[in-house]
Design a protein around this ligand. Structure first.
Ligand SMILES: Cc1ncc(COP(=O)(O)O)c(C=O)c1O
Length: 327
């Protein structure tokens, strides 16, 4: 039996194609617009949260605890959706020194607007995030407020089911002719920050015949870390479904991380600005911009590609200084 799922996202998300994008990237690129899964809560995280928040509701939680970087899209989506469901969001957010930022912009502004409890932690504390979240849940339970803990990025077996479902959605779109015919893509490609999307995609793309290859472009950590992580999440998902599933052939590429997490190189920032000007497609500096840049650089390149636009617009809006300098 499949775990319970809430209906939180606006689905199916459209497939977008633009001649100028094909030209810039050098392939036939179909963009799966998962940046349009909702309003301010949009992005890839809603598909995972449909399962994770169903579990929170089923366990009678009154608060939801999760974590991420200070501009975490996952933390923002969780906070907004938790409020929609009447749950109190508590966020552990990593900053360089563990202090609250002077200005609340982008994702952090949205977190604050929905009244999430914000706890800022250092990078060293963030290494212990799972233990910290469990400790916090125990403290809240002791005060009569049971809390459900969602791991970084919503990335576990349960969350990954959302991307198995997303691949079923793409298969239906292929069958309906939305991408020019029923033929599978050569590859599906997307940004990878905690591995849950990649795990769901490689299972779903194989199960539903969406693509032969799944390519995850790492934006932090490295290839070895994500290969391990994705394998663990895949195993968890199959255990939940109590079945073994066919996989697409998966690879993680880590050469387009840029100078640091959420910091694009000058070339990557210019690339994001060029795509915006020539196609009207807005990519973000932490995830989708780096992934599309990687696809453009990839050699040899798959011919017909499904690119997952996983969202991230608030992170772009929080980075205005960098982009103003390019205009
Ligand atoms: C906009 C965006 N794209 C891609 C990802 C990566 O997804 P995952 O965390 O499942 O690897 C994230 C989150 O980390 C994200 O916020």
């Amino acid at each position: 039996m499949r775990p319970d799922k809430l209906k939180l996202a606006h689905l199916p998300t459209p497939l977008f194609r633009h001649d100028a994008l094909d030209h810039i990237v050098g392939a036939e690129v179909w963009v799966k617009r998962d940046d349009m899964t909702g309003g301010p809560e949009a992005g890839n995280k809603i598909r995972k949260l449909e399962y994770l928040l169903a579990a929170a509701v089923n366990t009678q939680a009154r608060a939801v605890i999760t974590c991420g970087g200070v501009q975490s899209n996952h933390a923002r989506a969780t906070a907004i959706l938790a409020r929609r469901l009447g749950l109190r969001p508590v966020l552990l957010l990593r900053t360089a020194d563990g202090a609250a930022p002077a200005h609340r912009v982008g994702n952090l502004l949205l977190d604050a607007l929905v009244g999430a409890e914000l706890r800022f932690i250092t990078p060293a504390q963030y290494q212990l995030r799972d233990a910290l979240m469990q400790q916090l849940a125990a403290e809240l339970a002791a005060t009569g407020e049971p809390a459900y803990v969602i791991p970084e990025g919503g990335s576990n077996g349960l969350g990954a089911l959302g991307y198995i479902d997303a691949m079923a959605e793409v298969r239906a779109q292929l069958d309906a002719g939305d991408a020019g015919g029923p033929a599978a893509f050569d590859a599906v490609i997307h940004a990878c920050g905690s591995g849950g999307t990649a795990a769901g995609v490689c299972l779903g793309a194989g199960l539903h015949g969406v693509a032969e290859y799944a390519i995850a472009i790492a934006v932090c950590d490295d290839r070895a870390y994500f290969e391990r992580r994705i394998e663990q999440i895949v195993a968890e998902a199959m255990q939940l479904l109590q079945t073994s599933l066919p996989h697409a052939r998966a690879s993680v590429l880590d050469q387009w991380k840029g100078p640091a997490y959420a910091v694009p190189s000058e070339d990557q920032a210019r690339f994001i600005a060029r795509i915006a000007r020539e196609t009207g497609l807005l990519l973000d500096p932490a995830y989708t911009g780096k992934a599309m840049f990687g696809l453009a650089q990839l050699s040899p390149k798959p011919k017909r590609v499904l690119f997952l636009h996983t969202g991230g617009l608030p992170g772009l809006l929080a980075d205005s200084d960098r982009f103003e300098n390019l205009l």
